[in-house]
Design a protein around this ligand. Structure first.
Ligand code: SF4
Length: 379
């Protein structure tokens, strides 16, 4: 087994200037909450234009609750990035409005190249995507030609085009285990925490790119332990982009879809949730009688840049969504040759997920049901 640190991307530290200004720029672009009257006006006009333009809104669990509700009210969907792309691909609409971050818009475009994909703000990105530039990643791959390249969904189209497999946070473990059983050595990018978690679970030989999610990286094991002492009956739900010390305390580790499912089905009334706090809206709707507490990002070692909320997800608002619909701005463009290559690694995963689902019988057992959710959930 080989574990190598190849490139340290702390994102904010020590590259303070680059990282801080980057996050600050994102927070500066987060729209102010509109007044109740303005909100009503914006929502009414968006609904009208979605109808007139035969467009559909797909939103991620981490965006503002107003956008999540609007997507569902208008026949769109609220989900994780892969399901957003699959929904968009299978929907009759020729225009998809993607409320999320750029790699989600790109994945939608890769799966539906003939459709128009618009986003409220094209500068809404992701620290994992930013931390894995395609040219440096290509050089990394070139230096390790003996390895099967597996990338997380949170990467650019150009990085996906260089990969053999794309995976999501739920099916990544199964795919790496499958490749490991075939004797393959893995080159993994970009999330070091998710990669480390999968490596530890599968025992696979994985060379890890050292990227991280700005939001999940800030959850603290020590403080989570202290919070658990305050809520001894609470179950801890953790997304595997979190640091190992946080994952070690989890009652359940899984993707966003799996976490919502666990909140509904686990036998507990209180949950501590280690992922972006945008997910609480859907969790509370799915389990209205239960209590959800955000995992701590504070403490002695705190550097809180996000406080459990992604600044890039927060850039999506009603006003910029309406502007994109009215003007056609914020269109996602993917070079067709890059998109064609990138689609191969996505299709490989989709085929693997479909075959896996076909082999799992429905069961009332939670572990089995969580497996049914496999393949449906990146961040
Ligand atoms: S929450 Fe993390 S992984 Fe998701 S878009 Fe934001 S920075 Fe990227």
């Amino acid at each position: 087994m080989q574990m190598e640190a190849t490139k340290v991307i702390e994102f904010e530290l020590p590259q303070m200037d680059v990282g801080s200004s980057c996050t600050a720029a994102a927070w500066a672009r987060v729209p102010d909450a509109p007044s109740a009257a303005e909100k009503l006006r914006l929502k009414t006009r968006i609904k009208q234009l979605l109808h007139e333009k035969k467009a559909v809104l797909v939103a991620h669990y981490y965006v503002d609750a107003e956008l999540q509700d609007l997507a569902e009210e208008t026949g769109g969907c609220v989900s994780d990035s892969l399901e957003m792309a699959r929904f968009g691909r299978d929907h009759a609409a020729q225009t998809l409005i993607v409320a999320g971050v750029k790699f989600m818009g790109e994945t939608a475009k890769i799966l539906s190249p003939e459709k128009t994909i618009l986003m409220p703000d094209l500068d809404a990105t992701c620290s994992l995507d930013l931390g894995c530039p395609s040219d440096e990643f290509a050089a990394f791959c070139d230096a390790h030609p003996d390895r099967t390249v597996v990338v997380y969904a949170n990467t650019s189209a150009a990085v996906k085009a260089r990969a053999d497999w794309m995976v999501t946070s739920s099916i990544g473990l199964d795919i790496v285990a499958h490749l490991h059983a075939q004797g393959k050595k893995i080159l993994w990018a970009p999330d070091k925490h998710l990669g480390g978690y999968i490596q530890q679970k599968t025992g696979a030989d994985m060379l890890l790119w050292q990227g991280s999610c700005l939001v999940h990286d800030e959850f603290k094991g020590v403080e989570l332990d202290l919070l658990k002492a305050e809520y001894p009956h609470a179950k801890i739900l953790v997304h595997p982009e979190s640091p190992a010390a946080v994952v070690a305390l989890a009652d359940m580790v899984g993707s966003t879809s799996q976490m919502i499912h666990a909140a509904m089905t686990m036998d507990a009334q209180e949950f501590i949730v280690a992922t972006d706090n945008g997910i609480l809206h859907k969790m509370q709707m799915a389990a209205p009688d239960k209590r959800f507490i955000v995992a701590p990002t504070a403490g002695n070692s705190a550097t809180c840049k996000s406080c459990a909320h992604c600044p890039w997800m927060a850039m999506n608002g009603l006003a910029n969504l309406l502007y994109a619909l009215e003007t056609g701005s914020g269109e996602i463009i993917v070079d067709p040759s890059v998109g064609k290559k990138a689609k191969l690694c996505i299709d490989r995963m989709l085929d693997f997920a479909a075959a896996k689902k076909a082999n799992v019988r429905p069961s009332s057992d939670l572990a089995q049901e969580q497996k049914l959710f496999s393949g449906i959930g990146p961040a």
